[in-house]
Design a protein around this ligand. Sequence first.
Ligand SMILES: [Zn+2]
Length: 369
Amino acid sequence: MFTGTGFAPDDSVLVTDEGGKVEGIVPEADAGSDIQFVEGIISPGFVNCHCHLELSHLKAVIPEGTGMVPFLMDVMQRRGEGAERIQDAITHAEHQMWATGIVAVGDICNTTDTLTKKRKPLLFYHNFVEVSGFVEAGAAGRFSIAESVARQMADTGPTTIVPHAPYSVSPALFNYISASTPELPITMHNQESKDENDFFLTGDSGFRKLFESLGVNLDFFIPPGVSSIRAVLPHLRTNGILILVHNVVTSAEDIAQIKQHNSDTYFCLCPNANRHINDSMPPVDLLINNGCKIVLGTDSLASNSQLSILEEIKTLQSAYPSLPIEQLLTWATSEGANALGISDRFGSFAPGKTPGIIQINNGQSIRRL
Ligand SMILES: [Zn+2]
């Protein structure tokens, strides 16, 4: 039995009420006669800290290994497909998350496409309403669209307006974001590709082509000569939860500055998406050696063949064979719940929580109990 933070002694029995609320963990001798034995590992349900459920219709549409800039251009071109197809894909993808043991999701929303599904959800959602706009002049308009999306999503779960990425948000837009919902978690895509750092370090980057193709005049932008995260760190909150997603090209010096700026930062890894887009892996050893708080996400079906935290764990295990399973499961359960600010309900088998109970068979498949 994995409790959310480690393995319980071998003879431990999880006691819950009929609704799945945890009452305690007791030795088998004290558990009475009505004990259900399960093979493999039982664990609290998984927390998926980074998803874009609204992009589920883009499954198997965008080719692998194109790199970050062609990927973004493809997503922008293809996201507005038929409404019925989008809704069907959302329903199917949510069911897949449920079936693979996910109980809670940090879900990026650029639109209200997931609203109908989230009114009858299988899972808990924190809506991260994402806003972007690299040109200062558009900041007020972009932010007011995000506010409208956030107002509509708010009755389906905690909802915060968040910046898209260092390369796509102007200082003015960061200011609007900072002024909204300071007490709840926020998130941002960070350092997903070398192109992103190069845009800020030298300006010589595929992102220039991306902006040109969108008709954005970049004459105002002078590369500051530091990595992308260091360029925008002054615009990000200094306290309150901040979840940075991807961190593929994050350096030890970046980590030091991030942690100094906000000690409540979580580093969310989406290894299958990194492999799909850039054929890369996040620097897990570097993050661990620098004492980072790590959580896991699936990203979207535009860059992943399934929404399964177990598949992310398996990919990390094959890239980093010495990672202990307790560590990976901790990232997938209690740390994920901490990052989304939902550890009162999810992430561990502590009394009073309803974290969902899952069975992992041979490290390969999931059954919900
Ligand atoms: Zn993403």
